[in-house]
Design a protein around this ligand. Structure first.
Ligand code: ASC
Length: 162
């Protein structure tokens, strides 16, 4: 193994440990939400479900099927394209877990949604070609980090949630 391969392998391993440590999506209770808040929670849940299926494959919990990545990345790409439209100004409060700074930093939020869409599109391209599974895993991790960075900045922490 040359040096670059070694570091790449080490960073993939570190990333796998990182994603294994992430809270499962099921910890977020969406009960009681209505209207646009429910709509965006349903979209997030659909993306989380798709991420969970692919994540289990990346972690080796179930056999990796490239078709599952084609489907999963499509789900994430389609919903992430809708994200900004699901957060009209002032739609925090109630059952929503969105932090109001999201609207103060709208440009940043928009850029993050776009980045998630781009990362999902890239994952879709990779899963549709005959490349190696390793690059698929690396791209999946990039996508997960993009989801996570937006949640870190703009979603209430677990203890503040409803
Ligand atoms: C998911 C999910 C998220 C993201 C993030 C990835 O499956 O529910 O919020 O992926 O955890 O890092």
């Amino acid at each position: 193994m040359n040096k670059i391969t070694f570091y790449a392998a080490r960073s993939l391993t570190a990333s796998l440990i990182l994603i294994a440590a992430l809270a499962p999506s099921g910890v977020y209770a969406h009960g009681g939400a209505t209207g646009i808040v429910k709509e965006r929670m349903d979209a997030m849940s659909a993306m989380a479900d798709a991420m969970e299926v692919m994540g289990d494959m990346v972690k080796g919990k179930r056999p990796l099927k490239r078709e599952a990545f084609v489907d999963g990345s499509n789900v994430v790409a389609e919903h992430s394209a809708e994200i900004t439209g699901l957060f009209p100004e002032g739609s925090s409060g109630g059952k929503s877990d969105a932090l109001s700074k999201l609207w103060q930093q709208w440009g940043q939020f928009e850029a993050m949604a776009k980045r998630t869409q781009n990362e999902a599109d890239k994952l879709g391209e990779l899963s549709g070609n005959s490349g190696d599974n390793r690059s698929l895993k690396v791209q999946f991790i990039k996508l997960g980090k993009s989801c996570k960075s937006c949640h870190t900045d703009y979603r209430k922490k677990k203890k503040e949630k409803h």
